[in-house]
Design a protein around this ligand. Structure first.
Ligand code: ADP
Ligand code: MG
Length: 340
């Protein structure tokens, strides 16, 4: 049995079904990241797990216990939201102590736990500050600390970094990953940001229209989408229809292929003597060159098919120009078939 087990969970509001019969597993000490378009039901799912929304049917188990009908406060679940919701009139320390005081822990124990989490989060210099005196990043660190100090069995994070600017967001993301590895908490983390999902998730679950379109390891989700809906959502694939595959490579697959631009090798013609393609090869013409920074994106065309290929922008990499003839090589392992 998984540490967190969601089985056949259904939630409706009046006549609209937010999700139906969904299953999700999270192993202890792991982060499961939920991604999906706005309105697909991510927050509602977290609220159901937390006990803040009542599911219409199905079950939720946490650490071997059926919590489906348990009150929120008895579930041992912590939540962190996009908006920090700190107590404005309390210091950082008081914000962190509050939950433990509610639990009627002895004072010395509260002080010890709070001090430990403050140290863990690097908040010592701000321990006596009130929220108004903190930056956005610091507030969110306090919000996370406030959840962690209660030692929840499960932490639910609903787009906790979305309100922060890009640089702070990346820094907090790194900190969160390190913290998770040190402390080993179990979490379900919701985000819109693909990079955040890949970087934080031990598993990534793509939620679309109230169901999971795909659940898997980040590398698999990134390289091996099962459906066009997933490939389009996680973006930037070459989607090649069976008829186009046939024109390019003289084989006809049953399903369209999705291939990442960086998974395609592009070589100048004529090839050096003795070079051999690893996988499939096709001759193409370069139609556009975009220097994007770390990568150079080449648009190429062959048999009325456009193919994007990305090259790492190394100083000694070959330079391509519009009109150049080139050969693309695609390893079989780079091809994801859109079976659904
Ligand atoms: N309390 C509610 N009453 C009625 N409909 C709701 C309520 N909460 C959410 N919904 C609807 O449920 C759907 C999913 O919402 P939500 O879980 O917030 O999506 P997400 O977090 O993925 O953006 C939306 O269509 C939303 O309008
Ligand atoms: Mg939401």
């Amino acid at each position: 049995m998984s540490y967190v087990e969601i089985r056949k969970l259904t939630k409706r509001f009046d006549t609209t079904t937010v999700f139906e019969d969904i299953d999700l597993d999270v192993e202890q000490g792991r982060i499961c990241v939920l991604v999906g378009p706005s309105g697909c039901g991510k927050t509602t799912l977290l609220r159901a797990v937390a006990g803040l929304a009542r599911p219409d049917s199905g079950h939720i188990h946490i650490d071997g216990r059926d919590v489906t009908h348990l009150e929120a406060k008895h579930r041992g679940v912590g939540m962190v939201f996009q908006h920090y919701a700190l107590f404005p009139n309390m210091t950082v320390e008081q914000n962190l102590s509050f939950g433990l005081e509610q639990k009627k822990l002895p004072r010395p124990e509260i002080a010890k736990k709070v001090a430990a989490v403050i140290a863990l989060m690097g908040l010592e210099p701000r321990a006596k500050a009130r929220p108004a005196a903190l930056s956005g990043g610091q507030k969110q660190r306090v919000a996370l600390a406030r959840a962690l100090v209660l030692e929840p069995k499960l932490l639910l994070l609903d787009e906790p970094l979305s309100a922060l600017d890009a640089q702070i967001r990346k820094r907090l993301r790194d900190e969160l990953k390190r913290l998770q590895q040190d402390v080993g908490f179990t979490a379900i983390f919701v985000t819109h940001d693909q990079e955040e999902a890949m970087m934080l998730g031990d598993t990534v679950a793509i939620m679309q229209q109230g169901r999971f379109a795909q659940i898997g390891a980040p590398a698999d989700i990134y390289n091996r989408p099962k459906s066009l809906a997933v490939a389009n959502f996680i973006g930037d694939f070459n989607i090649i229809e069976p008829s186009a595959v046939e024109r390019l490579f003289a084989i006809r697959p049953d399903h369209a292929w999705a291939i990442r631009p960086e998974a395609i090798d592009i070589l100048k013609l004529p090839l050096p003597p003795g070079s051999k393609a690893n996988g499939l090869a096709a001759e193409v013409t370069v139609t556009a060159v975009q220097v994007l920074g770390a990568m150079v994106r080449l648009y190429t065309s062959a048999q009325d098919v456009t193919i994007k290929a990305d090259m790492v922008n190394k100083p000694d990499a070959p330079r391509f120009h519009i009109g150049d003839k080139a050969e693309i090589h695609i390893a079989k392992s780079a091809i994801a078939e859109m079976k659904e």
